[in-house]
Design a protein. Structure first.
Length: 307
């Protein structure tokens, strides 16, 4: 936790499945203090959400009655209180209109997610919509990619989310590397490098034949058994195969164009390298800043006249 003399106006919270991140914010959108921990939704379904929030508000030094705005899984069906999805097409600048209040002291609200309620392409997001709000202008038109456990590709027209696709790329990496035969071929130490030959080769193989992913995965193991590759190459090649398969499908749906990438750390760098190699014009935005900026925009729309 850090602090300065700037007067606090509200608390912004990004409440994920396995993490809590909170910021005490000024009316100008400056982070005065921060508090974070591992008390995500999965923790809170048994221990309760309100006690966790109170603990972090105390750590932040938030004055009594400071309004709180939350995004993420606290608003899921199994969360604190369900914040119903807004349906596409939906205007990001109106996201705050779907915020719901929870039964807690003071003014505590949770932002909604967005649903693509189409029988042919059903999809949902919760948390990413706030990041989108944080990195786009009111009239923004373009494509946004948000890598992660469940990567999102979103098409926005005139500030409206019109369609999106979710790819279980990060979750597949975790499941395959830990619970399949490839567990013997992967060192999950986070060593996949964007400039490594195994990553680039895996990426190229997937982009050339995305329907061949299942065969490419087994070849990863066979190459090590036959002495063509080392186990230390496994994670990078698997990353390349999975990210390449995702990009190949997204490229087919949306085409190659200017794209805003909301990422962080090594994963963000892997996607940036892969997208640029495929001709995308990439502008990178930090994922945590995107959440904080989006929460700030929504909070000002809700409470701006009271700050």
């Amino acid at each position: 936790m850090t602090s300065v003399s700037t007067p606090p106006a509200f608390v912004a919270v990004d409440w994920g499945t396995s993490s809590f991140r909170g910021w005490l914010m000024s009316a100008k959108g400056e982070a005065i203090a921060e508090s974070r921990g591992g008390e995500g939704m999965l923790h809170c379904v048994t221990s309760g959400f309100a006690p966790v929030l109170r603990h972090h508000l105390t750590r932040l030094g938030a004055p009594d009655g400071t309004p709180v705005l939350i995004c993420g899984m606290a608003g899921a069906r199994q969360g604190w209180r369900e914040a119903p999805y807004l349906k596409t097409p939906t205007r990001l600048e109106a996201l705050h209109e779907g915020a719901i209040r929870v039964d807690a002291p003071g003014d505590v609200r949770i932002l909604p997610g967005i649903a693509q309620a189409r029988a042919d392409r059903p999809d949902v997001m919760r948390g990413e919509e706030t990041q989108l709000l944080g990195v786009t202008e009111p009239d923004f038109t373009g494509l946004v990619c948000i890598p992660g456990t469940h990567s999102k590709w979103i098409r926005i027209e005139g500030g409206h989310v019109v369609e999106f696709s979710t790819y279980m790329t990060g979750e597949l990496f975790s499941v395959i590397s830990q619970h399949s035969i490839l567990a013997h071929a992967i060192e999950t130490d986070g060593s996949s490098q964007a400039d490594s030959a195994p990553f680039r080769e895996g990426l190229a193989a997937a982009l050339a034949a995305p329907s061949g992913l299942s065969a490419s995965l087994f070849r990863l193991r066979a190459a090590q058994l036959l002495g063509f590759e080392q186990r230390s190459d496994g994670a990078a090649r698997l990353s390349g195969l999975l990210i390449g398969t995702e990009i190949a499908d997204a490229r087919h749906q949306y085409g190659v164009q200017a794209l805003r990438l909301i990422g962080a750390g090594q994963l963000g760098r892997l996607y940036e390298a892969a997208l640029k190699a495929q001709g995308f014009d990439v502008t990178v935005a930090d994922a945590e800043e995107a959440s904080r900026f989006g929460l700030t925009k929504a909070a000002i729309n809700i409470w701006g006249t009271q700050f």
